[in-house]
Design a binder for this molecule. Structure first.
Ligand code: DX5
Ligand code: ZN
Length: 219
């Protein structure tokens, strides 16, 4: 079994203090930093872009797990790579040519993630699973933090995990949206090995980040 990693989403951080918030996450035991990029077009919300990611790069040596919710995504991939992203995750619906976008991320020497919305089927990405590093399973409709986990996601994680085992593949299964202390164990049991969380990490237990990260990780 793969090691369980926690990727806190800075969407729930204090945006006027992002550098310090990222330091707190690193000190609290985060494995990755999840950066949600939204364009107000692919999803109904707007966040940050490459210049902000670039300025944040100096605050941590943790990998930046960059979740691009922008369309068309292809022409911006290089900007996000240059800004200091380590993992670049795209939604298949946001590119005209998924193979070309995967190849571009690989050529830029970054890890490739593909994200599945709650209503997107695994079939959509099945042929690419042997070439990517990570599948980001959305457990809410992307756009906002603080939403409720969609329970059907568990079946999708199990199905992906089965494919991973049967085909002897090595991609990570990351889950994003509504992850909390009551569903994290089921998510891990189903086969996920990276948990994204914004609300739980920043808001539970009066914002005790260290405690919240270790509680999410525990089985
Ligand atoms: C949703 C984002 C998530 C979200 C997670 O569009 O991709 O990363 O911020 O936040 P919580 O943990 O609050 O659901
Ligand atoms: Zn995300």
């Amino acid at each position: 079994m793969k090691k369980i990693q926690i990727s806190p989403s800075i969407l729930s951080a204090d945006f006027s203090q992002l550098g310090n918030e990222i330091k707190k996450l690193e000190n609290g035991g985060a494995d990755l930093i999840h950066v949600d990029v939204m364009d107000g077009h692919f999803v109904p919300n707007i966040t940050i872009g490459p210049p902000v990611i670039k300025t944040l790069r100096k605050y941590t040596s943790l990998p930046f797990d960059v979740h691009l919710m922008i369309s068309p995504v292809h022409k911006y991939i290089k900007n996000f790579a240059d800004a200091g992203s380590d993992i670049i995750t795209i939604h298949p619906e946001a590119t005209q040519n998924l193979v070309e976008s995967i190849n571009l991320i690989k050529n830029l020497k970054k890890k490739v993630g593909i994200s599945l919305n709650p209503n997107s089927k695994i079939d959509l990405i099945k042929n690419h699973l042997d070439r990517i590093d990570l599948v980001l399973v959305m457990s809410v409709y992307p756009g906002f933090g603080g939403q409720k986990f969609i329970p059907d996601t568990i079946k999708k994680i199990e199905k992906l995990n089965k494919i991973r085992i049967e085909k002897n593949l090595n991609f990570h299964i990351e889950v994003d949206g509504g992850v909390n202390f009551s569903n994290s164990k089921d998510i891990i049991k189903a086969g996920a090995n990276i948990l994204v969380s914004g609300t739980t990490i920043f808001k539970e237990n009066d914002g005790d980040i260290k405690n919240n990260i270790s509680q999410l990780r525990s089985m």
